[in-house]
Write a protein that binds this ligand. Sequence first.
Ligand SMILES: C[S@@+](CC[C@H](N)C(=O)[O-])C[C@H]1O[C@@H](n2cnc3c(N)ncnc32)[C@H](O)[C@@H]1O
Length: 207
Amino acid sequence: MSPEELAGLLDMARTCSNGGDYLEVGTAAGGTLREMMKCFDDASRPRFVVVDPMNYFADQLEIVRKNLRSHDLDPAQVDFRVATSVSAFTPAEDAREAYDFMLIDGAHKIRYVTQDLRWLRLLKPGGVACIHDYNDRHEGVKLSVDRFLRKHPNYRREQLVGSLMILRKSGSSPSKEITFADRLWASALTPFLQLKINLRKRLARRA
Ligand SMILES: C[S@@+](CC[C@H](N)C(=O)[O-])C[C@H]1O[C@@H](n2cnc3c(N)ncnc32)[C@H](O)[C@@H]1O
């Protein structure tokens, strides 16, 4: 995340806490997680939930924990869910979890982003969701978010900082955020987007 995007993210993270949890989908080494946690002192820090299969690199979970410890943050304060966002969602929904703030920054292929957006169902009205890599280089993110915004007028685009799309939920959704049809749409587009990526890479190699 660029310094500008991180500053925009932290400005939002600081002001959203209202009794709910904070979520990060996709944490890598926990660098942004650490900065979000540092927005609060120990007494006022909301519960952080991290969803990540933790196979991005070797010992990922231990590296994230070490990163937090080296900044005087207690990893035990984070609820790590070692899972993909799709498999972690239903248990969270069944437990009626409620979030004030979300950072969605997992896999960027369209079908994964579409699955990640299901989590916005658990965002409280007034809450904020930040989606990273909303740009032309990541068509999966852009197409998925654009479709979501067209279908859900109760989410408004608050700001775009670099490639960080910041959305605010103004009220609860009358129906599920992501439907079977949305997932089908994403699956149908996957091979075309992949073909475009492959062609772009091939052309870049020739240039
Ligand atoms: C771009 S990195 C995240 C960067 C991090 N948010 C930061 O700002 O430092 C992508 C992360 O998404 C995770 N990831 C990949 N597929 C995922 C999935 N299906 N569900 C949740 N996380 C996923 C990877 O393991 C990796 O840690």
